[in-house]
Design a protein around this ligand. Structure first.
Ligand SMILES: Cc1cc2nc3c(=O)[nH]c(=O)nc-3n(C[C@H](O)[C@H](O)[C@H](O)COP(=O)(O)OP(=O)(O)OC[C@H]3O[C@@H](n4cnc5c(N)ncnc54)[C@H](O)[C@@H]3O)c2cc1C
Length: 534
């Protein structure tokens, strides 16, 4: 039986960081198990390849949400990366840290050591600012994660930012400084115009170390316990007989906000009622496992444009062939695009201390304007999106079977909370106002989604319920904290009440951060590596 000091489950955003940092000293042996395979698909490397990877079943767990009671009982596709690099290999590569207040809130909730001042050194340690600048007191320039400014900003993005300014939202030089309010072009996790995934940044550079072993296509099926101590993982490799790998020090779960709580539950750690429902014996009762699931829910508005080209026309035929050549020779153009180009952080009502809404803009559009469609429209268009930053709506993640291959129930409960609905309503109206204000209005032929039939608050909310979607940011399902629903001890990343078992991934976040969740996950893993090594 193979034995290592640390056994990490999941080579995603967090797992890759941990594998690198924990093996760096050479003193400890580390094994990292990944259910997916190699990340050599060409569309992973090309930033705009996002559209080709997001629903690719070979790279994906292919989840969907349970019917949402507040969104017309719709189920929503819920991609998670199942490949080296995890969701970090298939994500939209926008780099967003959130607000300093997010982390100060974590500290107030009992997560000592996780305030903005505490975590800033880890954000800085992780990053290199590539072609971008930034204030060195808040930005790093010597870390593995490459963050670039956009290489080829579009005229429509400029018009979008100018219109936000006309409506009172100033331009911010760096929304990742802790104070994010304003409008801006998104920073991307890219190096030299190529996606820079967690595998590129952290895992590959460490794989030549003799004390690090990557085991691919290895599905962790159960945590092996001796009493209250985790001593290893049982996994199968492409249908093999079960293999046990032992951890002398720790098993570290980095399977993400869906798979980490599922693995805990099917291994006997969770709400006893839930475990008995699937016939799993309780190893340790911990009612918070799988609860507190939160996600961002986004709604779109789109318009047909005139007087300027959009990305739509460049995405097919001869023009696409020219873009491919341009990318090959200059690393610029359509193929370096993220799903969103420009954006904003704004307050939807008076009296808020910090923004509560994230705005997205793309000089491109989809035929129906809806999520879940990856082909761009044939006519020139643009898309505006919004999602509330810190939703109050909470849901759960529940294993429906003890079978590790069975998909769990994912219920984010989008739009459950009135505050979330109110914030979204204000932002949807603001997006229409943007389309009606110059200079953006100069380019608008017509708003085609949802279009003029939607006027009243009720009609806007019907639009939100019927067409909104995930922005792929589940967090919180094994939250750090000190209250009875906490799962992870913030001082050590240990699963509360157990030995030899830690969690470090997006599931640990106690509350939602104000923005896309990769940067915060990367930071959690950077800090967790220090806590675990200590
Ligand atoms: C389509 C999409 C777009 C996104 N866009 C952005 C964006 O633009 N910016 C941003 O900041 N964030 C974005 N995100 C979110 C971001 O990628 C995640 O927050 C982040 O990757 C979470 O990291 P993680 O380590 O918790 O999980 P993941 O990165 O998902 O890694 C988990 C890994 O564990 C593996 N695993 C799980 N269970 C097992 C098991 N039982 N055995 C073995 N291996 C297992 C998985 O295969 C996976 O590789 C996006 C996510 C998606 C899916």
């Amino acid at each position: 039986m193979e034995e290592f000091d640390y056994v990490i489950v999941g080579a995603g955003a967090a797992g890759c960081v941990l594998a690198n940092r924990l093996s760096a000293s050479g003193k400890h042996s580390v094994a990292i198990l990944e259910a997916g395979g190699k990340d050599n698909n060409i569309f992973i490397k090309i930033p705009a390849g996002f559209n080709k990877t997001v629903y690719n079943p070979k790279l994906n767990w292919g989840y969907e949400t349970a019917p949402g009671p507040y969104i017309d009982n719709r189920k929503i596709p819920f991609p998670r990366g199942r490949v080296i690099g995890g969701s970090g290999s298939i994500n939209g590569h926008l780099y967003v840290r959130g607000q300093s207040a997010d982390y100060d809130m974590w500290a107030q909730l009992g997560c000592r050591g996780w305030s903005w001042d505490d975590v800033l050194p880890y954000f800085k340690r992780a990053e290199t600012r590539g072609n971008g600048g930034g204030d060195p007191s808040v930005r790093g320039n010597n870390g593995p994660l490459s963050i670039e400014d956009q290489r080829d900003p579009h005229d429509l993005s400029e018009a979008y930012m100018a219109t936000n300014e006309a409506l009172g939202l100033r331009r911010t030089p760096d929304y990742n400084s802790g104070n994010q309010e304003g409008t801006f072009l998104y920073q991307q996790m890219m190096r030299g115009g190529r996606r820079w995934s967690p595998a590129d940044a952290y895992l590959r550079p460490a794989l030549s170390r003799p004390n690090l072993k990557l085991i691919q296509r290895a599905l962790a099926e159960a945590i092996v316990f001796e009493g209250k101590r985790a001593v290893g993982i049982r996994y199968t490799q492409e249908g093999s007989a079960p293999i046990t790998i032992r951890a002398r020090r720790d098993v570290i779960l980095s399977g993400g906000a869906i798979n980490t709580p599922q693995l805990l539950q099917i291994s006997g750690v969770g709400d006893p009622e839930w475990l008995s429902g699937i016939g799993v014996d309780v190893v340790h009762a911990l009612p918070g496992v799988g609860k507190n699931l939160r996600d961002h829910y986004a709604v779109r508005v789109s318009a047909l444009v005139k007087g300027v080209g959009s990305l739509n026309e460049r995405s097919r035929g001869v023009r696409l062939a020219m873009e491919v050549l341009r990318y090959a020779f200059t690393r610029k153009g359509l193929l370096t695009a993220s799903p969103s180009h420009a954006g904003g952080y704004m307050k939807t009502r008076e009296g808020l201390d910090t923004p509560d809404m994230q705005l997205y803009f793309a000089p491109a559009s989809y035929p129906t304007g809806r999520y879940g469609v990856t082909e761009l429209d044939t006519q020139p268009g643009m898309t505006l999106g919004c999602s509330q930053l810190r939703p109050e709506s909470k849901g759960w993640l529940k294993a429906l079977s003890a079978d590790p291959r069975a998909k769990p129930e994912i219920q984010p409960n989008y739009l459950q909370d009135q505050m979330d609905r109110d914030a979204l309503l204000a932002a949807m109206k603001y997006m229409r106002q943007l389309l009606q204000t110059r200079p953006l209005a100069d380019y608008v032929i017509a708003e085609n989604f949802p279009g003029p039939a939607v006027q009243t608050d009720d009609e806007w909310m019907a639009h939100a319920r019927a067409t909104g979607s995930t922005t792929y940011h589940p967090i919180g399902s094994c939250k750090m904290g000190i209250d009875p629903m906490a799962v992870v001890d913030p001082a050590s990343m240990k699963v509360i009440g157990l030995e030899g078992l830690r969690v470090a991934d997006a599931s640990c976040m106690p509350t939602m951060v104000s923005g896309n969740t990769y940067a915060a996950t990367n930071m959690i893993a950077e800090k967790a590596a220090d806590l675990i090594a200590a």
